[in-house]
Design a protein around this ligand. Structure first.
Ligand code: CTP
Ligand code: MG
Length: 255
């Protein structure tokens, strides 16, 4: 007897692009951030597994440090991924925006949904990934996981480069209740994201957030609930927290 009452798993036509080409300057000296270990395994491998954990994701495109593509390919060959998940490794660019575009350029034709996920967010739970994919499949062209802020945020006048130690004047204090901190994976209808990358120029250090580029093309962006374990490893203390979260997972659910 077949069981037709179960919901069908999401169709596996989504690909995840993982920008991993950054140096990790704020984390301090050492290997490129994506290759730094967390629980003995590189951050990037955690991030790839987090995307591959979603049944909707059939392909992971890793955008590697340009001098490290062979090393990254070897790393992914030695760390098991689910049978159903393919991966590609392409060299990245000087900014996150350029790295994401290089990842998009490598996507095969049948992919219709794209997730963009920071290698620096190794611990995002699969439920968050699935919620983003589901919202794109339900018709939203751009979907971002987000959380309310703990800290109040101030807008400041950019510092006078000639006086780097001078106090910064405050310009405004936006109401905290209206602000959200955004995470990844951000999910997109492929054509929407490709259009944004084709039309928004790389300005200075480039866009740190693909959804912001989509906003600039006039397409709507919506938020779904993020997860506190989807935080980005940016500074040394973040790595301490990530180790603690991983240790708790390994102790409680054999992760
Ligand atoms: N990234 C990338 N290509 C770049 C810069 C960043 O693929 N030229 C990626 C990073 O590898 C990271 C993600 O974008 O996974 C988010 O960027 P961030 O946290 O800023 O990482 P880094 O740029 O490596 O860190 P830092 O800014 O401290 O140097
Ligand atoms: Mg950076």
């Amino acid at each position: 007897m077949t069981d037709d009452s179960r919901p069908a798993p999401p169709a596996a036509t989504a690909a995840a692009v993982i920008p991993a080409a950054g140096r990790g300057v704020r984390l301090g000296p050492g290997a490129p951030k994506a290759l730094r270990p967390l629980g003995g395994i590189p951050l990037l491998v955690h991030a790839v597994r987090a995307m591959a954990a979603s049944r909707a994701v059939a392909l992971v495109v890793v955008v590697a440090p340009p001098e490290g593509t062979a090393e990254v390919r070897a790393l992914l060959d030695t760390h098991a991924l689910p049978e159903r998940t393919d991966f590609l490794v392409v060299p990245g660019g000087d900014t996150r925006q350029e790295s994401v575009r290089l990842g998009l350029d490598a996507l095969p034709p049948h992919v219709d949904t794209v997730l963009v996920h920071d290698a620096a967010r190794p611990l995002v739970p699969v439920d968050t990934v699935d919620a983003v994919v589901a919202a794109v499949h339900a018709g939203a062209p751009a979907v971002v996981p987000a959380l309310p802020l703990a800290d109040t945020v101030k807008e400041v006048e950019p510092r006078d480069p000639a006086r780097p130690d001078a106090p910064e004047p405050v310009v405004a204090t936006p109401a905290r209740a209206r602000l959200r901190a955004v995470q990844t994976p951000q999910g997109f209808d492929r054509a929407t994201l490709v259009h944004a990358h084709a039309t928004v120029p790389v300005d200075g250090e480039g866009a740190t957030d693909c959804a912001g580029m989509v906003e600039r093309t006039g397409r709507p962006v919506v938020l779904v609930p993020g997860h506190e374990e989807a935080f980005k490893v940016t500074r040394p203390l973040d790595l301490v927290l990530a180790e603690a979260v991983l240790a708790r997972r390994r102790a409680t659910d054999g992760y």
